[in-house]
Design a protein around this ligand. Structure first.
Ligand SMILES: Cc1cc2nc3c(=O)[nH]c(=O)nc-3n(C[C@H](O)[C@H](O)[C@H](O)COP(=O)(O)OP(=O)(O)OC[C@H]3O[C@@H](n4cnc5c(N)ncnc54)[C@H](O)[C@@H]3O)c2cc1C
Length: 265
């Protein structure tokens, strides 16, 4: 069964529980003097230094690293919420391994959905892509690759109405949008791949965001505002893995040190 286990973080030959990994990273950061404040940042002012961040109290900083991540988009079904972590996932790279030789569904029709379907076809017995339109939005080369893989089949013009199962996924109820018919398919996992929303609402107007809301960066973690840096999934449309987020966090920290040295702060 799916858990919060992380299989692919370097340095852990055995899977490590996600919360345990976070706790170890936090302890290590504390050893180097990092201070943690619990709370949500609700407003920022990056127009002049010191930068201001409202998180309950008002905090001031000479440099900021934005690392607020990106949230997976979900279908919004009660059954999806109940079975999350019990066969419902938003990350094939993270959880696909748990469904070796099983039947899995992928919901979506963009690049991510097709990439996930191709990835899962190497692990699962069968992969069914459920897409609400009658053609994919994914890049042509991805479509061509997916269409060549016999294990991948498509349910066109269809939406998932309900995910079935009591304490693990056992199937899905799918509505055919052209006929209105409801069909039930058995499967062991449902990968929801309908996109991510970067958590950047409070930074809108303060730093440049791309059309999907991700923080725009250059060389490598600098944002459009001098002294404000970004790391991890909030600036990453592609990889979205713990190790890549940690790596870019390291890059941002080094960039901050160089920036502060250059300003004499
Ligand atoms: C179910 C699941 C399983 C996964 N499994 C794996 C795996 O096995 N291996 C792997 O490599 N990756 C896995 N990932 C992906 C991995 O978790 C992310 O790539 C990684 O956590 C990104 O790190 P981050 O620091 O950029 O963002 P996050 O880890 O998302 O951290 C962002 C933090 O910022 C906080 N935040 C957001 N807005 C605010 C605000 N306004 N004020 C204050 N705080 C804020 C959030 O609460 C969160 O704590 C998984 C993801 C999911 C959802």
């Amino acid at each position: 069964m799916l858990t919060t286990e992380v299989e692919n973080y370097p340095g852990f030959p055995q899977p490590i529980d996600g919360p345990d990994l976070i706790s170890l990273i936090r302890k290590q950061a504390e050893r180097f003097g990092a201070e943690f404040i619990a709370g949500d940042a609700t407003e920022v002012d990056f127009t002049r230094r010191p930068f201001k961040i409202r998180a309950g109290e008002l905090y001031e900083a000479d440099a900021v690293i934005v690392a607020t991540g990106a949230s997976s988009r979900w279908l919004g079904l009660e059954s999806e919420k109940r079975l999350r972590g019990r066969g419902v996932s938003s990350c094939a790279t993270c959880d696909g391994y748990f469904f070796k030789d099983k039947d899995v569904m992928v919901v979506g029709g963009g690049d991510t959905a097709v990439e996930e379907a191709i990835f899962l076809s190497k692990i699962a017995r069968n992969v069914t892509v459920v897409h609400r339109r009658d053609m994919l939005r994914a890049a042509r080369h991805l479509q061509e690759r997916a269409f060549k893989i016999e294990k991948i089949r498509f349910l066109w013009s269809s939406v998932v109405e309900e995910i079935l199962g009591v304490d693990r996924v056992e199937g899905v109820k799918v509505k055919d949008l052209k006929t209105g018919w409801l069909n039930t398919y058995s499967c062991d996992a449902v990968f929801v791949a309908i996109g991510h929303t970067p958590n950047t609402e409070i930074f809108r107007g303060q730093i440049e965001l791309d059309d999907a809301g991700y923080v725009k960066t250059q060389a490598v973690t600098r944002t459009s505002r001098e002294g404000v840096f970004a790391a991890g999934d909030v600036a990453d449309r592609t990889y979205r893995q713990a190790v890549t987020a940690a790596g870019s966090g390291c890059q941002a920290a080094i960039d901050v040190i160089k920036y502060l040295e250059s300003t004499g702060a």
